[in-house]
Design a protein around this ligand. Structure first.
Ligand code: FE2
Length: 138
């Protein structure tokens, strides 16, 4: 519910832009992870939610942002957010493209399982959709 709260600082024209983003526009969007951390860090949650949000675009192999963190340095909760976020984003409609569907989304996280995405998290996501019949909310 709050992982992308930092996008409140990104102009909506950029967030909903049809077509390819410029390097500068993409750089502005990437700020949303750190901005989310900054927005949430002073709120007293029972868990370090601000850190989870700040790390949700980090990737196991260090290819993510904002800090290029690797492996277990990234909170498990952020690794879960990463997989859930990519599946939801790919499967759902966006202003600039129709939804690609759950099969394409699961194939993407499976392909990068253990490289950019946590193996256990990907396995859990696949179980949810394939065995537990989980459905994304429309
Ligand atoms: Fe995000």
């Amino acid at each position: 519910m709050v992982h992308d709260v930092g996008k409140i600082k990104v102009p909506s024209e950029i967030l909903s832009k049809p077509g390819k983003l410029t390097e500068l526009e993409f750089a502005l969007i990437k700020l949303h992870a750190q901005d989310g951390y900054e927005i949430l860090k002073s709120i007293d949650f029972p868990w370090p939610i601000a850190q989870f949000v700040g790390q949700h675009h980090e990737r196991l192999d260090g290819s993510g942002y904002p800090h290029g963190l690797q492996g277990d340095v990234i909170h498990l909760e952020a690794r879960i957010l990463a997989v859930a976020d990519v599946i939801e984003a790919m499967a759902s409609h966006r202003p600039y493209r129709p939804g690609l569907g759950i099969d394409v989304a699961l194939a993407e996280v499976s392909e990068k399982c253990g490289v950019t995405y946590d193996e256990n998290v990907v396995a859990a996501a696949i179980r949810l959709f394939r065995e537990k019949d989980y459905q994304l909310q429309a």
